[in-house]
Design a binder for this molecule. Structure first.
Ligand SMILES: [Zn+2]
Length: 316
């Protein structure tokens, strides 16, 4: 039977990492894929080879000056690409281009009805700004995906849904005044966690007021708290009837992550994925593109992303 879901796996994607001692290390993709293979799920989905993006795609979201800076620092592998969170490494430009290119390739495949769902595990780099890296994120594949869905594929109203422990500030502020970017983000309260943003009152600016939903969760929030908050997020997204759904399913919201304080289990990730797929059936031909986001406890990310992939394929 034809798989419903494609997943991007390969060394080019895994290479987006900041060294083996770093929370965002190059071993994250392998940790996930080993779990997907162990459960037999890997054999039921289609594995796609990572694809690189050209700089014209990057510049749909990022400034030319910032792209030039990443290229220059990628050659030397020295310094930081922001104020001190996101180090350059040799080849960081090429690795980051594979993250973006894989997401854009997934969009093409979904819009061509080749697959209903896609998952790019090393992606969802939601902190990067138009003119800077931030929080381990070099190029904002989410923002580039939104700009590309519009400029290349002619869609307009896009939902961005984010359950990573951190607020998706790089997406939120880039589209804060955009009434057609429907944004729903459940994250650890910014009073306790980087980047400190995403208050309830941040609901969109000017004509976009009411098109953004931020739900800060208290440290220690569990699955029951997530399920209750999710109902609100789901109703919000459904009311706006998006034409495409982007889902940042960061695994750093699972209990035991070394740098956050939320306490969900992978059941939260499974639930959100199942419900988003159902919602997509009603409003956007079933199309859901999931991006792995954060997650720094390797076992957690393996279990959470496998739950997402299983739910996408309908084995949730
Ligand atoms: Zn995160």
């Amino acid at each position: 039977m034809q798989a419903k879901t494609c997943v991007y796996i390969g060394d080019e994607l895994a290479s987006y990492g900041f060294g083996h001692e770093h929370p965002f290390g190059p071993d994250r993709l392998g940790a996930f894929w080993a779990q997907a293979c162990d459960t037999g799920l890997a054999g039921r989905v289609t594995k796609c080879i990572p694809v690189s993006a050209g700089r014209e795609s990057l510049e749909r979201f990022h400034t030319r000056e910032y792209v030039d800076r990443v290229i220059a620092q990628s050659a030397t592998g020295e310094g930081y690409l922001d104020c001190g969170d996101t180090p350059a490494f040799p080849g960081v430009y090429e690795s980051a281009c594979y993250v973006v290119g894989s997401v854009l390739d997934a969009i093409v495949r979904l819009l061509a009805d080749e697959y209903l769902h896609a998952f790019v595990p090393i992606a969802g780099l939601h902190h990067a700004r138009r003119d800077s890296a931030a929080g381990f994120c070099v190029f904002n594949d989410c923002g580039i995906a939104i700009e590309t869905l519009r400029a290349v594929h002619g869609l307009r109203r896009i939902a961005y849904v984010d359950i990573d422990a951190h607020h998706g500030d790089g997406v939120f502020y880039a589209f804060e005044e955009d009434p057609d970017l429907i944004f729903a983000d459940l994250h650890e309260d910014g009073q306790y966690l980087y980047p400190g943003t995403g208050a309830v009152a941040e609901s969109g600016r000017d004509g976009a007021r009411g098109t953004k939903l931020n739900i800060p969760m208290p440290p220690g929030a569990d699955d029951a708290a997530f399920f209750a908050a999710w109902e609100r997020a789901e109703a919000f997204i459904a009311a706006h009837r998006p034409e495409f759904i982007l889902f940042q399913c960061g695994a750093d919201s699972i209990a035991g992550d070394p740098i956050t304080h939320l306490c969900y289990t992978p059941a939260a990730h499974r639930h959100a994925t199942v419900r988003l797929c159902q919602l997509a059936e009603q409003c956007c031909h079933g199309r859901v593109l999931a991006m792995g986001g954060g997650g720094y406890n390797r076992r957690n990310l393996a279990l959470a992303w496998t739950a997402v992939l299983g739910a996408l394929e309908g084995n949730g």
